[in-house]
Design a protein around this ligand. Structure first.
Ligand code: ITT
Ligand code: NA
Length: 199
């Protein structure tokens, strides 16, 4: 069976392939980029879970195949959870990781180390063409640096230092990041649900 990865974010696709391959699912994983004719769904939800479900349902409905989706973001304590669901377009242009990260650093420039707590959140949704849906969430807590460090990963990885680590997410290997990340946790929690519903 095919399982659609309902995302067009290359960083997510790389991580999802690794996380789901480790789970040993007997499924062919295909990114949404294999279906360029299917338009992006409007992320009108107000939570990560709502947006992940919107994306998974859109692909499942359009392809007639089961689909998983990820909605994720960085939630900063001192900003009351922002950028949150707006993480991908914090500086205005969707997916401009560098601009988003630079703006956030500028907004936090006066904030001292002890007030720079944040977490990554990820909602992992599964939708079937018949409308069946499941969603689970994962989080990774950390502290925000004052400048970007590291070149691995994507998005805000260069500015977050996960709790219990001395380096940023962008300095971790992909394996190390997946082990502790919001995405790793969410999709590992989704695997038994995928097994149950897809066999
Ligand atoms: P799709 O909707 O196609 O999946 P997207 O990039 O638009 O891709 P989101 O709306 O979920 O996805 O936005 C997620 C943003 O949150 C992403 O652009 C990053 O800036 C940030 N983000 C999420 N997970 C991250 C991670 O593991 N490392 C760094 N930044 C992350
Ligand atoms: Na998005």
């Amino acid at each position: 069976t095919r399982l659609i990865l309902a995302t067009r974010n290359p960083g997510k696709i790389t991580e999802l392939h690794a996380i789901l391959a480790d789970a040993g699912l007997d499924l062919e994983l295909v990114g949404a980029d294999a279906y360029p004719e299917i338009p992006d769904v409007k992320e009108t939800g107000v939570t990560f879970a709502e947006n992940a479900l919107l994306k998974a349902h859109a692909l499942a409905k359009a392809t007639g195949l089961p689909a998983v989706a990820d909605d994720s973001g960085l939630c900063v304590d001192v900003l009351n959870g922002a950028p949150g669901i707006f993480s991908a377009r914090w500086a205005g242009t969707h997916g401009d990781d560098r601009a988003n990260l630079d703006l956030l650093l500028a907004q936090l420039s006066d904030i001292a180390d002890e007030h720079r707590a944040a977490h990554f959140a990820c909602a992992a949704a599964l939708a079937l063409p018949d409308g069946t849906e499941r969603v689970v969430e994962g989080r990774m807590r950390g502290t925000l640096r004052h400048a970007a460090v590291g070149t691995n990963g994507f998005g805000y990885d260069p500015i977050i230092q996960p709790d219990g680590h001395e380096v940023t997410c962008a300095e971790l290997t992909p394996e190390q990041k997946n082990e502790i990340s919001h995405r790793g946790k969410a999709f590992r929690a989704l695997v038994p649900v995928v097994r149950e519903l897809l066999g």
